[in-house]
Write a protein that binds this ligand. Structure first.
Ligand code: GLC
Length: 535
């Protein structure tokens, strides 16, 4: 494959730097710690790291509130540490992308400080001001649990400022040419350091217009195309990944005509994997697949089960949301905004069969999958921690003090210390030694995926099965056909699949065993939650 299309066949791994590995015993994970763990990531088989924000920040939104685009927060290290991490990742043939927050800054950013202090400051126009809080009233509030309005009065400025997230995150004004240029410079700065691309945060909200919901507006796309032009004209083989929590038809626009983002998260698919698993019914996943539009030739979806935020239930109906909340967040403390603030393993009742199946579905569907750090070993969560911090606790490397994460006395957050999720029961070192562990299973899936490009680039054809409990599909390209069969239920299932193939035998990619095809029929006895990848 053309090397500039590298993102089509990757497995990504999302690193929350603070939680990953503390190299200097100050209780916070850091960039040097990530560098120390590159061999681990290589062994797991992933191909691309997504680093969450490490910019200087007052950390009111865990670094998504940037106070300086050109530097590194002291907790995480220095720019030199960043360069070392990039170089060491590249040595191991790992790509590395980082978050770029374009929609807003921290209110502690010098631009905002200058803007609020002086109406005539050149930075005033970098933000969105108003004398009333009545403008753009059709825009929804995203952080509904904490923010009463998208406008906040600023005493010093003598005006209201606009913010789609926390009030401490004023929105940037993309109607300002100076601001637009400045943000392109930010992009160049990190590309010059060698970063392979960006997960661009919160892109639907760049532009505000009266009478609209202020999302996905045409002028937003104009700027995003400028970002892409920088990547294409000034650099090689870099990628832009779009975070737009929107319905597929709106996300589609962010691929442009192969001239905007190369990748975008598939938000509507994610909750439907959980729905299908809970209901033992393939309908929700099939619905998502059937409603995922074709994307431009060089574009790729990015798929995921969990991330650092709440499991968002924005891209579901009200009825589906209530169902998901009842199923997966019976305790109100588990809910946040329109979502669920829990990790993968607790969501799936720590049932390794279900967790493996969810991963197997993710890894076999179209798109490049992302693993959220710690989910490869089934880490737990802590719903007593504020906001989304419950899914951002220290990585559990081994059963020792501080789970091998840090040698400090005091950590940025408590380790999960409740069984069955405490480090003595859930840690990397033990799972690496056990070939039946979740870690080994996930690694196995990644390896098979890495060996079969059809998972990244092949087409998907849904297969009819007589049972709602069995989700089956084919991944296919000119060279290869793989049949994927998933039993979504906790009961064994007998099924017959009609498969048209010249071959009489299909090979199980996990075990090497073969299955006989008789007159284009495949008879299968599936164990509870079993998945098969047959070539
Ligand atoms: C994105 C991030 C989230 C952050 C928000 C505001 O949705 O994933 O963590 O709070 O943007 O930057």
């Amino acid at each position: 494959m053309n090397s500039s299309l590298w993102y089509k066949n990757i497995v990504l791994y999302q690193v929350y730097v603070r939680a990953f590995c503390d190299s200097n015993a100050d209780g916070h994970g850091d960039l040097a710690g990530v560098t120390q763990k590159l061999d681990y990531l290589k062994e797991l088989g992933i191909n691309c790291i997504w680093l969450m924000p490490t910019y200087p920040s007052p950390l009111k939104d865990d670094g998504y509130d940037i106070a300086d685009f050109y530097s590194v927060h002291p907790d995480f290290g220095t720019l030199d540490d960043f360069k070392t991490l990039i170089a060491e990742a590249h040595k191991r043939d790992l790509k590395i992308i980082t978050d770029l927050v374009v929609n807003h800054t921290s209110d502690m950013h010098p631009w905002f400080q200058a803007a609020r202090a002086d109406r005539n400051s050149p930075y005033r126009d970098y933000y969105v001001w108003s004398d009333t809080d009545q403008k753009y009233s059709d825009a929804r509030i995203i952080f509904i649990d904490t923010e009463p309005s998208n406008w906040t009065w600023d005493e010093m400025a003598g005006q209201y400022y606009w913010h789609r997230f926390y009030a401490s995150q004023p929105d940037l004004n993309y109607d300002s040419p100076a601001l637009r240029n400045e943000m392109l410079q930010v992009q160049r700065f990190w590309l010059d350091l060698g970063i392979d691309g960006f997960r661009v945060d919160a892109v639907p909200y760049l532009i505000e217009r009266e009478g609209t919901n202020c999302e996905n507006l045409p002028e937003t796309h104009v700027f995003l195309k400028e970002m892409r032009r920088v990547i294409d004209e000034e650099y090689t083989d870099r990628v832009l990944l779009c975070e737009a929590n929107q319905w597929p038809k709106d996300v589609l626009a962010y691929f442009g005509n192969d001239d905007e983002f190369q990748m975008a998260f598939n938000f509507p698919l994610m909750p439907r994997i959980y729905m299908s698993l809970y209901d033992a019914d393939k309908t929700p996943i099939q619905w998502a697949l059937e409603n995922t539009p074709a994307i431009p030739k060089n574009a790729q979806w990015c798929t995921f089960l969990r991330n650092h935020d709440e499991l968002t239930l924005e891209m579901v109906t009200e009825e589906e949301r209530q169902h998901m909340w009842q199923a997966y967040a019976p305790d109100p403390k588990m809910r946040l905004n329109l979502g669920i603030r829990r990790r993968l393993a607790p969501l799936l009742e720590n049932d390794i069969r279900k967790i493996c199946l969810a991963n197997a579905i993710l890894f076999s569907l179209p798109g490049s999958p992302v693993i959220y750090y710690g989910d490869e070993i089934g880490m737990g969560d802590n719903i007593d921690l504020f906001d989304r911090n419950g899914v951002r606790t220290p990585m559990q490397w081994d059963a020792s003090q501080n789970s091998g994460f840090s040698k400090a006395d005091q950590l940025y957050a408590p380790i999960i210390n409740m069984d069955p999720y405490s480090p003595s029961m859930v840690n990397v070192a033990d799972q690496q030694k056990d070939e039946n562990s979740l870690w080994s299973s996930v690694r196995n899936m990644i390896q098979i995926r890495n060996q079969n490009v059809v998972f990244g680039t092949g087409e998907l054809i849904l297969l009819q099965t007589s049972k709602a409990e069995v989700l089956a599909y084919t991944r296919k390209d000119v060279n290869e056909t793989i049949f994927v069969i998933n039993n979504l239920s906790d009961l064994a299932q007998e099924i017959t699949l009609n498969i048209v193939s010249e071959k009489q035998k299909l090979k199980n990619l996990f075990t090497g065993n073969s299955f006989d095809l008789r007159e284009n029929q495949l008879l299968l006895s599936l164990a509870p939650y079993q998945y098969l990848w047959l070539s």
